[in-house]
Structures are given as C-alpha cells and as structure tokens.
Design a binder for this molecule. Sequence first.
Ligand SMILES: [Zn+2]
Length: 380
Amino acid sequence: MVVRRAYWAIVLWGVGWAQRYCPVDRAFLRPFPPAVSWREALTDTLWVPVVFHVISQDSAGWLPAYRLGDQLAALNRDYKAAAIQFYLPRYGPQGEPTCGLTWHVSPLGRHDWTTEEDTLKKLCLWPPDSFVNIWIVDEMVLSTVGYARALGDTAGIPGIVLVKSVVGNRTGVARPFDWGRTAVHEMGHVLSLLHPFEGGCVGTTPQTCAMEGDEICDTPPQRQPAFGCPPLTTNTCTEIPTDLPDPVDNFMGYVDDSCMVRFTPEQTQRMRLYLQGIGGTLISPINQQRRGWGSLADSACGVVLGLPKPAPSPLRFWREGTLWRLEGPEPIGWEVWDAWGRKITEGTTRSFDEQVLPAGLYVLRVHTPAGLYTIRWYRL
Ligand SMILES: [Zn+2]
C-alpha cells in the first residue's frame, strides 16, 4: 500500500520573502501512459464549475463578494488561452438554487493545514466530482498563502485552500501576490501540473523530459524556484541538445503575480486531458445541465457579485448574551440543527434566543438571496 501525498503549498515567510513547501507524489500524477500525445487540438472550451467557501473567525472578516467575482474573472483571464473556463453554478448539490458561494463563521478560519486539512474541507464540501471547491480562510500557519490537491487524489479531498488576502484581482493587498494568480497556480495543480523546478535539473533530454521533473517537455527544467521578477534569460540547467532559459514567466513557478504570464502548450494539453479523464464528471453535459451551465453574467450570482465596491457583507450577526441577532437587507430564513443532524427550530425573525436549547453543539443555517451562511457554536 503506497501512501499517496499529492498536495502543494505556497508559503510566504514575512513580507517580501517567499518560501514554499510542496511534497508531491509523482506516480499519482502520471495518469496517462507515456505513449499518449499531448498534442490534442484545442477544440471546445471546457467549462468547470467552482464554488467558493468563505470561512472566517468572525463574520466581520468575510471577504466581500466582489473579491470572489474578481477572482473568478482572474482565473478565466489566465485560462482563456487554454480554452478552460470556470463558472459559478446556478444549482447546488441537491439541485437547489445557489450562487456557488457559502459563508461560515468558524475557528477554522485560522487554518492549520498540517493537521486540519480534512476538518476544514468537511466544514463545507460540495461533491468534488461535480465542483472544484475553493476554501478561503483568514490566515494559515507557516504563512502559507495557498495549497491544492489534484482531482481524483484518493489520499485527501481535492480542491484549493487560499488565504483571503491573495483572493481577487489587482487588489493592492498582499503585494506582490495580488493579481489572483495564487488561485491560477493552485488550479494548475488541481489539473495535474507540477512545478517546472520539480526535481531540479532532471529531464534535460528529449528522452527523459516527459518522465522526470514536471514531466512536460516545453518547460525547461529549473534548478530551483525563481522569486520576484527575474530576467527571462535566467538559465540554471543545461538541456541537451539545445540549452534553453528557465521558464521563469510560467504560472507554475513562484515569481510575483505580475511576472507569471503563461502556461505552455504541453501544460495546456495535460490539463485538458486530465479534465477529460479523471476530471471528466466536472465537465460532463449532465453536470453542466445540473449546475445551470452559463456565463458569469447569466449566473444567479450577478446581483451579489455586482455589489458596489467595497461591498458590505450582506448579512451581519452577533450575540447579545443568549440572544442571536441577524441583520440583513434581504429576506432571511434560518434553521438550528443539532450535532445529530436534527432540525431543532427555524424561523424568519431577526433574532432567536439560544436559551431554549439544551447544552451541546449546534449549527445555525441562515438562508438569504446572497447565499447560505452557517455558524457553529457550542451552547454551554
Ligand atoms: Zn505550487
């Protein structure tokens, strides 16, 4: 039994210093026999549904919805050349109308991915064969800004975890990682890509380039990751028969957001083939039909994502003693569930008193037109 670990992380050590931690299981990411040609023609656009789960320790810390819309647009900007596009579903796992955005208040908003990866993901998980889940947290241990697990990974739940400061597009926050390209890089991992510097100077010949390093022949190997905005003449490995410069402007490197600009043709083909293989259910016509496939403008989220910038959180809630108060401009419906999954009470008022509940763990679910909000708490 081989223990499979296939996840990658981008870690920042303080402002301006970058360091990453990326254990990789190479066998897992070799889903195609080497005989397969990557040179499939770019045909139809592949449409992939994504869902954002915003998890904060405090509802005041939720990222405004427009940042999620901007992040989606940044993904689509950078994947356009690969003819892969992402959309927010109009219908959720049970066919219920949705914006593809969920909001949670939980201590897990401070995320320790070394021990709490599964706990965080199970806080809200939509079927990973039907959606790419993207969890967004307040902060992560070890100054990590993002990590990803590929589709079909049996050792863990596939998807992307991002720290909220890097979500959006040209936000000016978390410079130089502020163009939404942490998500672009992590999505590359979800779709099976490795770093060009994987393994260092290996796969330097036409005979080995598809089997070693990042297993991609048109990304010359790199001895180590480059940071900042290095010159395009950077060359740390010697390839045979032609020595080529390092792919320092590649989305799968660690350079500043403004200096990573492309996937290569072979990376594109590998992602597209992965989506048509292991990720096939995501893009299947039946999934598109269930999810209400359509453009962003057409999505039920248009109103939410189009909120003025900076958009206030559409729902506020807080507690006064045992009284929970909810405030929002829209109609609200709420339910309280216990730890055994039983619905205890529900209502449409703007407050409820937890005094009626015996001690124990509860989940409050609040439905608004802007999305579903959940709050977990322990009633003492
Ligand atoms: Zn990475």
